[in-house]
Design a protein around this ligand. Structure first.
Ligand code: NAP
Length: 303
């Protein structure tokens, strides 16, 4: 099968398209024929991180460096190993390969049904492989961090970096909780952020929200890791909370199932900025690495 292999750290040209052996599911594993995958900021970090750092971190947290790239995947179950109970051949599934050595930038991937890191769930019938593949990392991250606070109807929530993957999901999730959402982004993305459900969108170059009369917000979520709490603390109400994408997060199957439900109901819609083929993986990584993608970047693996 065709796969994107990463054997060393460095620039996008360390990624190689290779013919590798198709995997076979072991007990408890599912073989997925991958339809779509993605390139996330995490994929870029993993590619750039020196093996000298990655190997010791992996030893501490119990994973090995990824050989086939691509944390997110969506596809169809082609085979199931013994002991698999939740999935059947032909099921449409999506998830993450976090902590696995072989990822979703490949024609096939084996994922454990129960895994302490990567997660997998069914794709609702009315959700496309494209939308499913780009949802898990950004939406689970936004969900995990926003849920550190109980967001209720009428709260004022500001999402900084609202045009990125985590940011665009955070805007929609906060809106689903009934919050009044303000998104901060560049001028070019103001309309996109309003389309995601923000009642207000501020251009960070022209309209510094930190210098406005405050306090105004119940929650300020830095979804891109570019502002500090100290810079915007005066904009937080006395009970307000500052949240950051820099916090550690945990992927959970229940969260992915919940998000699948929102996708099916049309209450969550991933924004797909650009689409690349598996053969264009280096271009896709170079694009994501610029730090200016809008929402998510899709990799089409098969038709
Ligand atoms: N904690 C976790 O588990 C976890 C999980 C996933 C991601 N992350 C981290 O979260 C961060 C965001 O990830 P992501 O995938 O959402 O990023 P991303 O999609 O690559 O973010 C790109 C977006 O950020 C905006 N942006 C860039 N500089 C900005 C600035 N100074 N102020 C406001 N917006 C700015 C860009 O818009 P403009 O071009 O319009 O500025 C662009 O739309 C990354 O650092 C990633 O590593 C953490």
């Amino acid at each position: 099968m065709k796969a994107v292999v990463c054997n060393k750290s460095g620039r996008p040209d360390v990624l190689e398209i290779k013919e590798v052996q198709k995997p076979y599911p072991r007990p408890g594993e599912i073989l997925v024929k991958v339809s779509t995958s993605s390139v996330t900021r995490g994929d870029v970090h993993l590619r750039r991180m020196s093996r000298l750092i990655l190997i010791p971190i992996g030893l501490i947290f119990g994973f090995k460096p990824m050989k086939i790239t691509g944390v997110e995947f969506a596809g169809t179950v082609e085979e199931i190993g013994s002991e698999v109970t939740r999935f059947r051949k032909g099921d449409r599934v999506f998830g993450t390969a976090t902590g696995l050595v072989f990822g979703g930038n490949a024609e096939y991937l084996c994922v454990p049904e129960n895994h302490k890191m990567g997660v997998i769930a069914h794709i609702p019938d009315n959700v496309t492989f494209e939308d499913a593949a780009v949802t898990p990392v950004g939406a689970m991250t936004a969900h995990f961090i926003l849920n550190k606070v109980k967001i209720t109807r009428g709260m004022n929530v500001l999402v900084y970096g609202a045009s990125g993957s985590v940011g665009s999901f955070a805007v929609q999730l906060a809106k689903n909780y009934g919050a009044n959402v303000t998104g901060v982004c560049s001028k070019a993305n103001l309309q996109m952020v309003k389309d995601m459900g923000a009642s207000n969108a501020l251009d960070y170059a022209a309209d510094d929200f930190c210098t406005k009369p405050g306090p105004e917000y119940d929650v300020i979520f830095d979804a891109v890791g570019k502002i500090s709490r100290s810079r915007c603390v005066r904009m937080l109400k006395s009970t307000g909370r500052f949240l950051s994408v820099k916090y550690p997060t945990k992927e959970k199957s229940e969260t992915l199932k919940y998000l699948a439900g929102l996708l099916a109901e049309g209450r969550l819609k991933p924004f797909i900025d650009q689409e690349f083929s598996l053969d264009q993986i280096r271009e896709a990584h170079a694009y994501v690495e610029k730090g200016r993608k809008r929402g998510n970047v899709l990799i089409k693996v098969s038709n």
